[in-house]
Design a protein around this ligand. Structure first.
Ligand code: SF4
Ligand code: SF4
Length: 238
């Protein structure tokens, strides 16, 4: 199981999927949906369109994905690894899981099919789906980073909506080069999770077992924000 400290999110749907779901959303309703997501304290919304190859690789038959990103609280991330920290992380996870069901209901009410993708289901990788949005990148510390921050958790809804604003190019590729010359997370990792070449050894990381977040707390992306690091990176490149 991917999130060892997370419990399954109970089913909070209040209405059924429509019998004949619509598949085109208006700009106005999409804007309204995004506003509701932000008002529910989500940090942002992204969209992934899964290609035929991807669907075949993961053995799935759905392809329109809404990604709801939430910022993990700074206070919790600053805590030392402990059972209590894992518990608090799960409380946060449950809260946003519940809000995701409410957002799926908003879409159902409007006549769209909308189902939460079970984040604890190992049959499909949410990180792989996140990367298909072209709005995320994997950092050296193995975090799936969006521009809203390094400290993001996310939930996903699969839907009948075909005309979501899917991005086709990723402008975050520079992050890999930045990480190759930074390496702060390697120095700060108490578990020596990186091999001699700086490669991340996932099984040794205690993030999901004990709630370690030392690499997040020391990362320039977390401390300064994506845009500031980007500005500095390109200034140094000139
Ligand atoms: S600490 Fe440096 S190398 Fe590690 S993820 Fe952050 S930017 Fe990349
Ligand atoms: S979460 Fe902790 S153990 Fe895992 S890579 Fe980061 S610092 Fe190392």
């Amino acid at each position: 199981m991917r999130f060892i400290y997370h419990q399954p999110v109970p089913n909070f749907y209040s209405i059924e999927n429509p019998q004949k779901p619509k598949n085109l959303i208006s700009d106005d309703f999409l804007n309204e949906f995004e506003d509701i997501a932000v008002a529910s304290r989500f940090a942002g919304v992204s969209y992934s369109k899964l290609g035929e190859e991807f669907k075949k690789d993961w053995n799935i038959d759905w392809d329109n994905i809404i990604i709801l990103k939430y910022a993990m609280s700074d206070e919790i991330l600053k805590m030392e690894p402990s059972k209590e920290k894992c518990r608090l992380m799960d409380v946060e996870f449950q809260e946003f899981g519940q809000k995701t069901f409410a957002l799926a209901d908003v879409l159902r009410r409007e006549g769209f099919e909308a189902d939460l993708i079970n984040p604890l289901d190992d049959r499909v990788s949410l990180r792989a789906i996140a990367l298909q949005s072209n709005e995320a990148i994997i950092t050296r510390s193995n975090m799936c980073m969006f521009k809203e921050g390094l400290n993001l958790g996310f939930f996903m809804i699969k839907t009948s909506i075909e005309n979501l604003p899917f991005k086709t190019e990723n402008d975050m590729e520079w992050v890999k080069d930045h990480c190759s010359t930074c390496g702060v997370c390697i120095d700060r990792c108490p578990e020596k999770v990186f091999d001699e070449e700086g490669k991340f050894l996932r099984k040794q990381c205690t993030a999901h077992r004990e709630g370690c977040s030392k690499c997040i707390n020391s990362c320039p992306f977390y401390k300064n924000g994506y845009e500031k690091v980007k500005k500095r990176y390109w200034r140094m490149k000139k």
